[in-house]
Design a protein around this ligand. Sequence first.
Ligand code: NAP
Length: 353
Amino acid sequence: MLAIDTSHPVLVTGATGYVAGWIIARLLESGLTVHAAVRNPSDNTRLAHLDKLAASSSGTIRYFKADLLSEGSYDEAMAGCRIVFHTASPFTLDVRDPQTQLIDPALRGTQNILDSVERSVTVERLVLTSSCAAIYGDNRDLKQTANGVFTEDDWNTTSSLQHQPYFYSKTLAERAAWKAAERQSRWKLVVLNPSLVIGPGLNPHATSESFNVIRQFGDGRMRFGAPDLGLGVVDVRDVAEAHLRAAFLPEASGRHIISGYNTSLPALAQTLLPRYAAYPIPRRTLPTWLVWLAAPLTDRSITRRFVRNNVGLPWIVDNSKSQRALGLRYRPLRESMHEMFAQLIASGQLPKH
Ligand code: NAP
């Protein structure tokens, strides 16, 4: 049983987000006071699900206005907190200006949080939502690993502003956090590196790219087949549980790969077929040469370099540290896929069949 200290409030940045929603749910049900940092505290539509959670739990939620790009704007929200969960960072793959849309909020935003932590007199632990994107840049990088598997010892060295800029943004942000943490001993950094997060959202209309990835299995974009893209996935509720353990297990330290399954797009599609056969779920794997040829024509964000370095290549991580050090148990893949797909239908993001 996890011992949760409820004597101090905790801060969650990016509280409107997909991942943050389930973290806040767990914190509120544990009786904590959550300082929820959001860009717009008067946007009731984006906060309704959090208000509902607070109303049915023993915890309390307080909203604070803060922006990653506005220096010092998290100071007030951080006041009195021992634990800070920094989840805020844009997760979007289709960008026109990666510097302003991804790198600035991720890197300057994390620096902003680190500066507030430095100024704070109460913060003891910063739990950073990094990503497997800070571990690897392309599936091809697997060949450079020590044992043919990505581990917490690996760092993404192949992404850039031009190639895989979201991956680059997460790498820069996590590196900045470690640099600041290693300069001092007053507070501790614990990092989580989830793979693609799936499963139902508390707010089904969150901006997360996760919804777009799963929606494409049912909206016809993959009706001719799925590219053989290897990737890892993890349920959003398991990611939230990992955050709580990273925050409240005294011995938690370092990076943690949080990933339930080494899988691929065609294998994910297979999990949906038995129940959702009426949808244009991809039933076959597209030949990689065809994906290479068609990619930039059908989707601006998928380059031939991306296809060459990722499609047809396996993706394998070692998630044993998360199980050993955090005691994490991963829920079945099919359950996460089915529940997310059902939610996309119920919320009108996929048609009813
Ligand atoms: P999300 O639903 O889009 O949440 C992103 C959050 O960041 C939103 O609350 C958003 O606030 C906030 N944000 C963006 N720009 C901001 C700014 N300039 N100032 C303040 N807040 C800002 O995405 P998510 O999937 O939950 O991602 C949350 C975290 O998990 C990110 O750090 C992401 O990199 C990480 N992660 C996600 C996945 C995944 O597959 N989903 C996997 C690994 C890691 P607004 O509501 O105001 O836009």
